[in-house]
Ligand binder design. Structure first.
Ligand SMILES: NC(=O)c1ccc[n+]([C@@H]2O[C@H](COP(=O)([O-])OP(=O)(O)OC[C@H]3O[C@@H](n4cnc5c(N)ncnc54)[C@H](O)[C@@H]3O)[C@@H](O)[C@H]2O)c1
Length: 303
């Protein structure tokens, strides 16, 4: 793996600026591209402020070079990661443009949250060097990056990408089949589906769902995964529980009508002041600060 790779990040938003920060802090030169001038104008300031806040080497920001010229961003890159909006057509068009300007061996990655990488990369000429790298927000505080190969991706491309991310302090996880939602978002949204269903069916209110998770198995989740937990209590007990519980929990292959109704009524969560619950500006700021504080403490413990 190149000690000093040339990285290009496409999209300088929430995820793109954080991904650029991680690679710059690891010593790589980073070009960052966006179609919106305001995103590019702010990106170095955002990264500098994060580095300062985290007590990380503030000079890393000097390795990040914003550009509005896609060809310039990717021309010399060893690794290109796209963090543009979650829209298949935008991502497909972007990679087709990128392919005109990169070397044949430049690795191309998408940070899509849930779109199969196969759909994004199918139009490329060199599909063997394309894959998914799915980060979590904020990229500089959450360790995991899912690395997703398609049927075309060369194993060496996956290995190089896993090594690049591990050397930058991330925890890469190999996803062997390119399925929608990969691993993390499939697990997360299986839980969210049941959380919504519990409220929809009047079993409890939204606050109680969150309390039950945070005060019960959520307490253990960071150190005890579900399959470790199943082994800990015994697969026989797990089987007995599944026989009773699985027929009772939600398995509809579509979003809950309750969720559809919230959106139709304009109850969009923080951005409208009400979603499953009501949110004052103060309550929103308090919750955001609590999450960041928690993630910072976890990072400090890992160090
Ligand atoms: N927000 C999260 O928690 C999260 C987590 C993991 C993955 N993702 C995924 O990362 C991607 C980016 O999400 P985000 O939250 O950073 O969004 P964002 O809206 O904050 O940033 C997207 C950026 O892309 C820019 N952009 C728009 N069109 C572009 C184009 N054609 N080329 C280059 N840049 C373009 C926008 O100006 C914006 O700066 C999405 O695919 C999203 O699903 C998001």
């Amino acid at each position: 793996m190149a000690d000093k790779a040339r990285v290009a990040v496409l999209g300088a938003g929430l995820m793109g600026h954080g991904i650029a920060q991680v690679f710059a802090l690891a010593g790589h030169g980073v070009r960052i591209y966006d179609t919106v001038a305001a995103s590019l104008d702010q990106v170095r300031g955002r990264i500098a402020s994060n580095l300062r806040d985290l007590g990380d080497d503030e000079t890393a920001v000097e390795r990040v070079r914003p550009t509005a010229d896609l060809a310039e961003a990717v021309r010399d890159a060893d690794f290109v990661v796209e963090a543009a909006p979650e829209d298949l057509a935008i991502k497909q068009a972007l990679f087709q443009q990128v392919e005109r300007h990169v070397r044949p061996d430049t690795i191309l990655a998408s940070n899509t949250s849930v779109i199969p990488i196969t759909s994004i990369m199918q139009g490329l000429h060199e599909r063997s060097r394309a894959l998914g790298t799915h980060w979590w927000n904020p990229p500089y505080l959450v360790p995991l990056v899912e690395v997703i190969g398609t049927q075309w991706t060369w194993p060496a491309v996956i290995e190089w990408t896993m090594a690049l991310h591990a050397a930058a302090g991330k925890k890469p996880a190999h996803v062997k089949k390119d399925v929608a939602g990969f691993i993390g978002n499939r697990l997360q949204h299986a839980l969210w589906r049941e959380a919504v269903a519990l409220v929809e069916h009047g079993i409890c209110d939204a606050e109680t769902v969150d309390t039950v998770i945070k005060a019960a198995f959520g307490r253990r989740l960071a150190v005890l995964g579900p399959l470790e937990n199943a082994d800990l209590v015994g697969t026989d007990l797990t089987l007995a529980i599944h026989k009773t519980v699985l027929p009772a929990i939600d398995s509809r292959p579509a979003p809950s009508p309750y969720l559809e109704r919230l959106v139709a009524e304009g109850k969009l969560g923080f951005k409208s002041g009400e979603g499953f619950r009501k949110w004052t500006g103060e309550a929103q700021a308090e919750l955001r600060a609590k999450v960041v504080q928690h993630l910072k403490q976890a990072r400090a413990r890992d160090a």
